[in-house]
Write a protein that binds this ligand. Structure first.
Ligand SMILES: [Zn+2]
Ligand SMILES: [Zn+2]
Length: 462
């Protein structure tokens, strides 16, 4: 190769920026790409509309909170706090955590902003991401989003039933078949007696040796958690364990019966699940989870109450859950306040919607596309685009393209009904072409009358 070429190559190389090292996203984290957003919009719209109808008002809380907030509320022994929290010390030496769940932050806000002075209950809707340093697996991410409702200040079982009903309607209206699992874990008083019975049960005749290692440790600290262990051998034992509903005090039993009566009245199917306890310290009385219904996988038949009680595979696939937390507000420094709430995992809901292939309206589709040929036409049509958009028309464009062919291709992709075409000739004549994208028929119309012509055609098409 001649010397001078070599030198030129080297010069060009020096001018070109070097390709940098690629940094990928963090493990267990997920991007939401534009094609997926139609699912998010659907789910968030449903959650927002439904919650609004039941009197819930939206609240947001910061992503970062003091680590202590979660240690106090969720409980140091809970999996969330002990194993799964993203926490760190910031530049001031303060211990900080990325929120692993929504409820503690919402309760903190309730106390901090004096919401106990408002008419009670305070009903709050919350949508946002939470963070858990969990083992990443299918459908589970380290950052995921939740739809939460919290009803703070209402002791009546109506509040519990209302939450369960809303969760049920949410899934039904998204065409997902679910079965609500429900249990009562009583109050501090009646649970004390039950825990003694439970410990006695597990200590009997070598049952302890059959437990998984985690449960052996839990037996001393938090025996209730043995009931919802995911290990098979522990689940078998839990099936024979004494049931907490048999140990409820009178108040707790009456509360639970009332909740079930309301659900019966509303025709909301549920499965009484004696091993459901939820993994957080703050729950009392009603606890519930929403599981995908078993019958759903059988040729899309609607779930009948019996078949749907059985689900596969079990609780790690819960789509959401919640319960009553009457002690939490006071425990976190507020007044004595009854409360209940739920959280639903948005990614899991979206996964289910995708599995069912529910057809969704493509929100990116427009009604009218504006095409141009030549510089003068381009400038004129950019102005027209803005006028049509402001008038409320669903307009689309590809102004960076010059050829009519590629613009019509783009228009087809966007599914528009009509394309307006403005060329040099039309600019001179004060006209514009309207092309019906289905028939391909083009009409010349007066440029000044374009708005009326479009409205007439779009109205007819409805
Ligand atoms: Zn009780
Ligand atoms: Zn276990």
């Amino acid at each position: 190769m001649p010397k001078m070429f070599k030198k030129k190559d080297a010069e060009e190389k020096a001018l070109k920026p070097r390709r940098g090292k690629f940094v990928s996203r963090l493990r267990g984290m997920k991007d939401i790409l534009p094609d997926e957003y139609k699912y998010w919009n659907l789910v968030i719209k449903k959650a927002t509309e439904l919650s609004k109808a039941y009197g819930f008002r939206r609240i947001d809380t910061p992503t970062l909170e003091a680590l202590e907030l979660y240690e106090r509320s969720s409980g140091r022994g809970s999996d969330i706090v002990a194993k799964e929290m993203f926490s760190f010390v910031d530049k001031n030496g303060d211990k900080i955590a990325l929120r692993p769940e929504a409820t503690p932050g919402i309760v903190r806000a309730y106390i901090e902003h004096g919401m106990f002075n408002l008419p009670q209950p305070v009903k709050l809707l919350w949508l946002g991401p939470v963070f858990r340093h969990d083992k990443p697996q299918a459908g589970r991410f380290r950052q995921f989003s939740q739809y939460n409702l919290e009803n703070i200040g209402e002791a009546s079982p109506v509040a519990d039933a209302e939450l369960i009903a809303i969760a049920y309607y949410f899934f039904r209206e998204l065409q997902l078949d679910v079965m609500t699992q429900i249990n009562s874990i009583g109050c501090a008083n009646c649970r004390k007696d039950y825990l003694v019975k439970l410990e006695d049960f597990y200590k009997e005749r070598g049952r302890r040796s059959k437990l998984c290692n985690d449960c052996k440790k839990r037996l001393a600290k938090n025996p209730l958690r043995l009931l919802d262990c995911k290990e098979k051998q522990c689940q078998e034992l839990a099936g024979d364990a004494p049931q907490i509903v048999d140990s409820l005090c009178e108040d707790c039993r009456n509360h639970f019966i009332k909740v079930l009566e309301y659900l019966d009245e509303l025709d909301i199917p549920y499965n009484l699940n004696p091993t459901l306890v939820r993994g957080l310290d703050y729950y009392n009385r009603t606890v519930f989870e929403i599981w995908p219904a078993f019958a759903e996988s059988q040729a899309g038949k609607p779930a009948d109450a019996e078949a749907a009680g059985k689900v596969e595979p079990p609780r790690q696939n819960a789509l959401g859950g919640g319960g009553r937390y009457d002690g939490l507000v006071e425990y976190m420094g507020g007044r004595e306040t009854p409360a209940c709430g739920f959280g639903i995992g948005i990614e899991r809901v979206i996964l289910k919607i995708k599995e069912k292939n529910i057809p969704l309206r493509d929100e990116e589709k427009g009604d009218v596309f504006l095409a141009q040929l030549g510089d003068q036409a381009k400038r004129k049509i950019m102005k027209l685009f803005e006028e049509l958009r402001k008038a409320g028309l669903n307009v689309r464009q590809a102004f960076s393209k010059d050829s009519l062919k590629s613009q019509l291709e783009a228009a087809n992709k966007m599914g528009v009904k009509y394309t307006l075409i403005l060329g040099q000739k039309e600019v001179m004549d004060g006209t514009i072409l309207i092309r019906d994208m289905e028939s391909g028929i083009q009409e010349i119309v007066d440029y000044k009358k374009i708005m009326g012509e479009l409205e007439k055609r779009l109205d007819n098409g409805k």
